[in-house]
Design a protein around this ligand. Structure first.
Ligand SMILES: *Cc1c(COP(=O)(O)O)cnc(C)c1O
Length: 349
């Protein structure tokens, strides 16, 4: 792989104590072009803007997908990834749905390893510090022809982040009109357009004082599927319930890890459709204990209330299971606990 290093690092310009999520990027980036029916030579270069033809296909027809993962550093300065093969497999699953050519595993893992090694100083040890890794692919063929692009760019960029802490309550609105995904659609893919379509309904919810929307199924709006861009869990009495993955639901790495961890410690987990009515009933009976979202950026995010048809339902202040599972997962990610499932991958060149 061709590697072009920066002349001078910009790391000293970064205040690692006050990082805004995803706004500062490391010194290098990985880039690989698909052209003439194959992925060309991958390269690592200094992080810099790229040029696009105004007719670049992605700007018109939206063939764009991405992944989100994190690299961690332990107290011995060893770098770890968490289940990276899951992200790689999901990237190609998304690619397939968007008619984007699949990316070779060897390029992905070698590019990632080289990039993390070059920019290793950007990964700070200490819990809460990590490097958010953003692989993405988009169509860059210069044409407004409405068909799958013949050319793509695959890139990886990295942003140092601190653990997400909103500082405030998370009050969510259950969607009654808008939908995130439908059967036969692209909800299960990490397609850029899924995010674009969420911004407007979410902005309306924000105006009403909510922080997130709980997406419901497109046909009846009776079943709860995801919380914003997170998977969602409910605890009724001592059972965790989460919607089953489907066409409409993103198969989150955090979600599946939470399920495994919970089961490992004897918590009952049910993957099944969850009706809004069931949750309202459980709330009325006092058996609804917790609701939380899960995703790479937040790990686990407890929800304080939900609203439906104009009524707000408050949840108990404490979210003990959410926080316990978060602590356990984070300890595995930072090499501070046993890893019974072999999730951690050391990064070595
Ligand atoms: C990325 C994403 C998630 C979380 O997936 P993780 O692999 O846990 O980060 C959940 N829902 C949606 C819609 C997503 O895009």
């Amino acid at each position: 792989m061709k590697i072009e290093k920066i002349h001078q690092s910009k790391i000293n310009q970064i205040d690692f104590d006050t990082l805004a999520f995803g706004k500062n990027f490391t010194d290098h980036m990985f880039i690989c072009q698909y052209k003439g029916g194959k992925w060309q030579n991958p390269e690592i270069k200094p992080y810099a803007p790229i040029t696009l033809d105004p007719s670049a296909s992605v700007l018109h027809y939206g063939q764009a997908i991405f992944e989100g993962m994190k690299a961690y550093k332990d107290d011995e300065n060893i770098i770890w990834l968490f289940r990276p093969e899951e992200n790689f497999n999901r990237l190609n699953k998304s690619a397939k749905r968007l008619q984007i050519p699949e990316f070779p595993a060897s390029y992905f893992f070698e590019g990632l390893t080289q990039l993390l090694t070059l920019d290793h100083e950007w990964i700070k040890p200490g819990e809460g510090n990590s490097l958010y890794v953003r692989p993405f692919v988009f169509a860059n063929q210069a044409t407004v022809q409405a068909s799958a692009s013949q050319e793509y760019l695959f890139m990886i960029i990295c942003a140092p982040v601190k653990s997400y802490y909103s500082g405030g309550e998370i009050n969510v609105l259950i969607a009654e009109e808008f939908s995130r995904a439908a059967d036969g659609g692209v909800g299960y893919a990490k397609a850029a357009g899924n995010y674009a379509a969420q911004f407007y309904p979410t902005s309306l919810a924000l105006k009403e004082g909510f922080q997130q929307i709980i997406w419901t199924d497109a046909s009846s709006h009776e079943y709860m599927e995801e919380a914003g861009t997170m998977n969602i869990f409910f605890r009724i009495n001592d059972t965790l319930i989460t919607a089953p993955v489907s066409d409409r639901i993103l198969d989150g790495v955090t979600r599946k890890s939470i399920i495994k961890l919970a089961e490992h410690q004897g918590i009952k987990v049910e993957e099944r459709p969850i009706k809004v009515d069931e949750i309202k009933k459980a709330h009325a009976q006092g058996s609804l204990q917790e609701i939380f979202g899960s995703g790479t950026a937040v790990v686990v995010l407890p929800i304080n209330s939900f609203s439906h048809h104009g009524t707000t339902y408050k949840l108990p202040e404490a979210a003990p299971i959410a926080l316990e599972l978060k602590t356990k997962l984070v300890a595995i990610q930072y090499n501070k606990a046993e890893d019974p499932f072999g999730w951690r991958k050391e990064v070595t060149v």
